[in-house]
Design a protein around this ligand. Structure first.
Ligand code: PHE
Length: 394
């Protein structure tokens, strides 16, 4: 009986695999006999834009804010070359395998012109190879891990990378705060966290700081960090580098203050969420610093105009992801307008040659490695929200 119940799903999997490989074979023979420009049979009457974002799950505010920003941008963009843009949003639930499935679906079923997303680097890394193999442009407005754009020429980003963000925060810790001994807490389920841990380690040591030896790790969806924090406390650091996402970070800050750990915790853009404060609590939120892409306090009139319109529309101040999603779609629209041909290769070429595009998150130029060189901001997390500290140019 037990063997039988195990067998049924197995049979289903094999059947699905057989069908899938049939589909692939058909695709292969098609691409072999047809010219590459004809491969996708893109709509000639509309522009189909796919989006892969976490709308539910532990990093849902990233997706919600992005889509808010993207929709605001779409309202500003009229027709492009006489065609309307149709946005299809797929919820990846913050999971790599869901991200890969979403990219597949957008390419195979929806026949998208291009894809925007995702946010968490591990999610984008799961979808990017599929877009690259299918030669469909995928542009992430937010994934900062170095390796994302190394996937290939169809993959680009409109944000800075962790090689920059990690250095900004190592310098902030050592030079601005005068800290000398850091413990690094890593989310082992995140390429983003692991990458930022190593960038920070290298720079902080180079500056003269000490990184406490040992492994201080957790994974996404953990909720009790007390034994980890006890271990951290025993080491007596003067600063903690915590490159994580807001749900785990918020809970950890809350528990840390309850345990009498009143040191500054430092993080990256992954903390930037309207939910952070609620999870961290009034004590947990105080006195920590992050690097991010944008500050709603920026006096630049364009930024203030964006903030006002966002607040009027959604009743909440925009976080970094709202601004990144907004800019991402505007950059995409700009590329679509400039594209020499409205096929995937033409859109890729236009995206990859984006130059001096003035966005809310700064001036965006896609460099030869398909990354954007942009300023970062350092923000202090306070009970009254994120407070602007400094802007750091690349
Ligand atoms: N940079 C993060 C990553 O690569 C994602 C992120 C961007 C989260 C901006 C919040 C705000 O995983």
């Amino acid at each position: 009986m037990k063997a039988m119940t195990k067998l049924i799903p197995l049979i289903a999997v094999f059947a699905a695999l057989a069908m899938f490989s049939q589909g692939c074979k058909k695709e292969e023979s098609k691409t072999m006999t047809e010219a590459p420009a004809a491969k996708a049979a893109l709509s000639a009457t509309e522009i189909v834009l796919g989006a892969v974002f976490p709308m539910t799950g532990p990093i849902a505010t990233y997706g919600q804010e992005s889509v808010n920003g993207m929709k605001m941008a779409l309202k500003k963009i009229g027709d492009i070359k006489g065609k309307k843009i149709r946005l299809i949003v797929e919820d990846n639930k913050g999971e790599p395998n869901e991200s890969a499935n979403a990219v597949r679906k957008l390419i195979d079923i929806d026949k998208v012109h291009a894809i925007v997303g995702s946010v968490a680097s591990s999610n984008t890394l799961a979808g990017a190879p599929i877009a690259q193999q299918s030669k469909v442009p995928l542009m992430t407005p937010a994934s900062t891990n170095e390796t994302v754009t190394q996937t290939g020429d169809y993959i680009s980003r409109t944000c800075f990378t962790d090689a920059f963000q990690g250095v900004v925060m190592a310098k902030f810790a050592y030079e601005t705060l005068g800290k000398k001994k850091a413990v690094i807490i890593v989310d082992n389920s995140s390429d983003y966290s692991k990458g930022l841990a190593s960038v920070f380690t290298k720079k902080f040591k180079e500056l003269g700081g000490t990184i406490v030896d040992g492994s201080f790790t957790y994974v996404q969806k953990d909720t009790d960090f007390r034994s980890l924090l006890r271990k951290v406390k025993r080491e007596g650091p003067d600063v903690i580098w915590l490159p994580g996402y807001y749900t785990e970070v918020g809970l950890m800050l809350n528990q840390a203050r309850q345990m009498g750990i009143n040191l500054p915790f430092l993080g990256g853009d992954g903390w930037d969420s309207p939910k952070l404060q609620e999870l961290a609590g009034a004590e947990g939120i105080k006195g920590n610093y992050i690097s991010s892409h944008f500050s709603p306090d920026d006096v630049d009139p364009a930024v203030q105009g964006f903030v006002k319109e966002y607040v009027d529309t959604y009743g909440q101040k925009p976080g970094a992801m709202a601004a990144l999603g907004y800019d991402g779609v505007l950059v995409m629209a700009d590329a679509l307008k400039r594209a020499p041909t409205m096929d995937h290769a033409g859109i890729r070429d236009a995206l990859n040659s984006t130059k001096d595009f003035i966005g809310i998150t700064g001036s965006i130029t896609i460099d030869e490695n398909r990354n954007a060189r942009k300023a970062a901001v350092v923000l202090e997390t306070t009970a009254k929200g994120m407070k602007f500290k400094q802007k750091v140019n690349p």
